[in-house]
Design a protein around this ligand. Sequence first.
Ligand code: CA
Length: 224
Amino acid sequence: MRVLVVEDEARLARALQRGLSAEGYAVDLAADGPSGLEAARHGEYDAVVLDIMLPGLSGYRVVRALRDEGHWVPVLMLSAKDGEYDQADGLDAGADDYLTKPFSFVVLLAKLRALLRRGAPERPAILAAGSLSLDPATRRVTREETEITLTAREFALLEYLMRHADQVVTKIELLDHVWDAAADLDPNVVEVYVGYLRRKIDVPFDRRCLQTVRGAGYRLESRG
Ligand code: CA
């Protein structure tokens, strides 16, 4: 099994390389974001251990770029901060698991083994609701063959609504799944983002597929 470790703290990188090599892994190191991305793109790795705070390009951006390009190598993110927010952002960006520094090497090994057992995830299927389509792999959204540009949060919101098309989804459910409940946000933020989304997916196309169900939440109509 070949593992890429992208970590700019030289001592930690070397310790990981020693430890993983002792466990029988082939280990390559990259010390910044751009070289990590380049190596992960071309290296045929079985897994990538990826620090978040990196020179040049953050771990979030590295994993997002890999996923956008269709690389599904399992990624274990190393987070310096222990905010659940960061972890949610990492998973949002396409990481498979995360570990908060400082961590125990035994836990890292266990997580890595679990990721390797699982292997690279299948490319997710394209979601559709009428003329609206969303590709979780390439993160492209189109309506009537027109490409729609969404922010990461708008994309996550639309993806959740499309996965639950024709069901009433509450604001609290959306906060939990799209924002991470730990962030302790005002539920009205959902309303604001639903508004942004409508202005991109419905209004320009003279549609009303994203419905407000008064007192209950929202429903995305699968007929589009
Ligand atoms: Ca770092």
